[in-house]
Design a protein. Structure first.
Ligand SMILES: Nc1nc2c(ncn2[C@@H]2O[C@H](COP(=O)(O)OP(=O)(O)OP(=O)(O)O)[C@@H](O)[C@H]2O)c(=O)[nH]1
Ligand SMILES: [Mg+2]
Lengths: 166, 594
């Protein structure tokens, strides 16, 4: 059985922890408990009859006070960039984190997730404006940790890309 | 050489003669003689191949060493050859290979087995030791109170330290390469723990700006300590309960070094597939060390308990075996001594002991003997045919049963003679002889000392009657008032005698005898005595006696009065009387002795 390290990257409160929780335990909570440091979870996925253990590093949200440490990214076989679809300012954070990731782990597959898709009336991000960030991603998807929309398939897509890469 | 000599002759053919050529050659020899030798040698070395291996052989060891120092390309190119050679060698002479690896494999296997044995013994020993002591009871109470398992409580109290889990973690990715646990430890989420440990490492390193080679060495979580040993590409994390000794560090260090030495390629090229590290288990198991608090004093409590138990068991068994043996012999002796029982054989039948033989119906119930001797009755059965035993004891027993002697009669046996003594009723005595002679084994009966109580009483009453006398006034033939009063008592006595005669089956006759005094004429006296007897006889007659016949007899003058002449003042009052004589005809049963 193979294992792969995956990091969840994005600004604060974009829903990284919620996405992992939705994936791992199928639950969601409106309550916001900010992540301090790292929270690690695991998820077993099956890609083309191969089982793959994803070790998910849910990092704290990057903000002006606390930049994500490069060392946490080390050894990742892929990463997930999360943007809050109701907060366009989280795009810049994602771009910055993407650059950091490239420096630390090189060109490994990543997926770009526009979260909180369920909040349609507050939606402010147009995927077309994401440019470079979305072109290199192996998947760009609007997802919702609240409803679970697109969450599982996003992780599967990344898992598959990682298997093909290695 | 040939072409070089042709070139000048080709350029100037006319000036070159044979002599000139000779001279030139001589000159050249003079000028180049030493170099020529060298050239010849060189040509020889180039053309003669057999010389080269010799030369190579001189530099080969150094060459290999130098090359190996540079990089491992030589090693890489040698691997397939070596592997093939090895495979071929195994195929051709397997014995050789097995002989050479046996010294390595043997100890390794022994070590593995002894480790497994040690673990098993240790856990057994601990459970034994603490499940049977006062301490153990206390801990059981604690376990019950706190809801922990007993094993856990024992561990907490007796453990100096124990390495419970060992994680081998890939440093860069934080992914788990291998993980082992001590006996009885349950792990979960090792992958997450592995990543978490790495994250903590990263955090600490970043926060305190340490180099990659350094990092957290130890952390504590409750009563668990995690010791981390860093290697260049992997880390070893040991989860330890209790206080580990410093030398455990050396073990961890040695282990991570060995792993790096043996798995450097796999570590470098690790892409998430940990299967290449399965074999590290052997190395990691060295880290699963433990140390328990030793009990003061030589042998552990459990050994004492076991020994005591064993001794007790042995004693119990021995006691029972002895008891059983004793019961068995007692049973045999008892049966042997028991009259009326003959055992002809003893047989084992499906775990049962079967006694075969003969038993007099009057002999004791064999089941009673079993109970008496205490020999397990369920496993013993008796199959005894009935028979008549003629042992004195059985004859005696049978006599008692048949004769039913009253308590006042004693029965004894002398040879084949039955001796009866004491008091018995007439009815019992009259039947006893005949019945005795019907008892098998009895030939004669001695009844000399047997007293017929009914006859005895008859004699007593008879005596009473014979003492009575009724006195008459001179010349009178009827009784005065006060003498007549006695007649009621006499009637009762006679009636009694009649009743007893019935029991004794005798027909006695009572003679009512009349006397007169010597006064008066003899003929008158004779008539008077007869009349007096007749008078009393008539008084008794209404009794209606069944067995007794009454006879009135007149005897004339009382002979006693005639014998001694009356003295002065003495009267003949006692001579004028009627008295009784009882004549008892021989009783049918009263035959006396033999
Ligand atoms: N409506 C809606 N709310 C969401 C969704 N995902 C997350 N949230 C909410 O957003 C808030 C933040 O979510 P988290 O998952 O904690 O965000 P995070 O990225 O882990 O935050 P940090 O750990 O602080 O960086 C919570 O109140 C969640 O309930 C979503 O898909 N839809
Ligand atoms: Mg979070």
């Amino acid at each position: 059985m193979k294992q792969k390290k995956i990091c969840l990257l994005g600004g604060f409160a974009v829903g990284k922890t919620s996405l992992v929780r939705r994936l791992v335990s199928g639950l969601f909570s409106e309550k916001y408990l900010t992540t301090i440091g790292v929270k690690i979870d695991q998820k077993m996925v099956t890609i083309h009859d191969h089982s793959l253990l994803l070790v998910l590093w849910d990092l704290y949200g990057d903000d002006d006070y606390q930049k994500v440490r490069a060392s946490y990214l080390q050894g990742s076989s892929g990463y997930i960039l999360v943007i809050d679809g109701t907060r366009p300012e989280t795009i810049d954070v994602a771009i910055r984190l993407h650059q950091t990731a490239r420096q630390v782990v090189g060109t490994v597959p990543y997926v770009l997730l526009l979260n909180k898709h369920d909040l349609a009336e507050d939606w402010k991000v147009d995927p077309a404006t994401l440019g470079e960030l979305s072109r290199q991603a192996c998947l760009v998807a609007k997802v919702s940790a609240k409803t679970g929309d697109g969450v599982e398939s996003a992780f599967s897509a990344l898992a598959e890309a990682m298997l093909n890469g290695s | 050489m040939a072409s070089s000599s042709r070139t000048p002759s080709g350029s100037r053919p006319t000036e070159f003669t044979a002599r000139q050529a000779d001279d030139f050659s001589a000159l050249r020899r003079l000028l180049l003689a030493p170099e020529q030798v060298q050239l010849d040698r060189l040509r020889d070395r180039l053309e003669n191949f057999s010389l080269r291996p010799q030369e190579v052989s001189q530099v080969l060891p150094d060459a290999i060493r130098l090359r190996a120092q540079q990089d491992n390309r030589l090693l890489a190119s040698m691997i397939p050859i070596t592997q093939e050679a090895l495979a071929l060698s195994i195929k051709q002479s397997p014995q050789l290979i097995s002989d050479s690896i046996a010294p390595i494999l043997g100890p390794a296997i022994r070590k593995a087995i002894s480790r497994a044995m040690r673990e098993m013994l240790q856990s057994l020993n601990q459970t034994l030791e603490y499940s049977m002591s006062w301490q153990g009871l206390q801990w059981r109470w604690e376990a019950w109170k706190t809801g922990k398992s007993f094993a856990e409580v024992v561990l907490v109290h007796t453990l100096r330290f124990r390495v419970e889990q060992v994680f081998l973690i890939h440093k860069r990715t934080g992914l788990l390469l291998n993980h082992i646990m001590a006996e009885g430890v349950s792990g979960q989420g090792e992958e997450v723990i592995s990543a978490m440990l790495t994250a903590i490492q990263d955090f600490v390193r970043d926060s305190f700006q340490q180099s990659q080679e350094e990092g957290l060495e130890s952390l504590r979580i409750g009563d668990l300590t995690v010791w981390v040993e860093q290697g260049p590409s992997a880390i070893l994390a040991a989860v330890i309960r209790g206080a580990p000794p410093v030398k455990l560090r050396d073990v961890l260090q040695g282990t991570i070094e060995s792993i790096h030495a043996q798995y450097s390629d796999a570590l470098r090229s690790f892409q998430g597939d940990a299967s290449a590290f399965l074999d590290t288990r052997l190395l990691l198991e060295d880290c699963l060390q433990a140390q328990f608090v030793k009990k003061p004093g030589g042998l552990p409590f459990s050994v004492w308990v076991l020994a005591a138990l064993l001794l007790g068991l042995l004693g119990w068994w021995g006691y029972h075996a002895a008891l059983q043996h004793q019961q068995w012999t007692r049973l045999l002796n008892r049966i042997e001594a028991e009259p009326g029982m003959v055992i002809t054989s003893i047989r084992e039948e499906a775990g049962n002991t079967v006694f075969l033989g003969l038993r007099d119906p009057l002999a004791v119930d064999p089941q009673m003997l079993l109970e008496e001797t205490g020999y397990a009755p369920a496993t013993v059965t008796f199959r005894l045919e009935p028979f008549l035993a003629l042992t004195p004891e059985m004859i005696y027993r049978r006599a008692l049963l048949i004769l039913q002697p009253p308590e006042t009669v004693s029965v004894s046996l002398e040879g084949s003679q039955l001796i009866l003594a004491g008091h018995g009723s007439h009815a019992w005595i009259s039947a006893v002889r005949e019945r005795s002679l019907r008892i098998p084994g009895i030939v004669s009966v001695n009844m000399e000392r047997l007293i017929d109580t009914d006859l005895e009483r008859f004699e007593t009453v008879r005596h009473m009657l014979e003492e009575e006398s009724l006195n008459f006034f001179p010349g009178q033939m009827t009784l005065q008032e006060h003498e007549l009063a006695k007649i009621e008592q006499i009637k009762q006595t006679v009636q009694q005698l009649d009743d007893m005669a019935k029991v004794l089956e005798i027909r006695p006759s009572i003679h009512v005898i009349g006397y007169s005094s010597p006064e008066g004429s003899e003929s008158t006296n004779t008539a008077l005595s007869a009349l007096r007897a007749k008078y009393v006889w008539q008084l008794l007659d209404p009794l209606g006696l069944r067995m007794i016949s009454l006879e009135a007899i007149g005897r004339g003058v009382d002979p006693a009065a005639l014998a001694s002449s009356p003295k002065e003042g003495q009267s003949y009052d006692s001579s004028r009387r009627v008295y009784f004589e009882v004549e008892r005809l021989p009783v049918s049963g009263e035959r006396g002795g033999e």
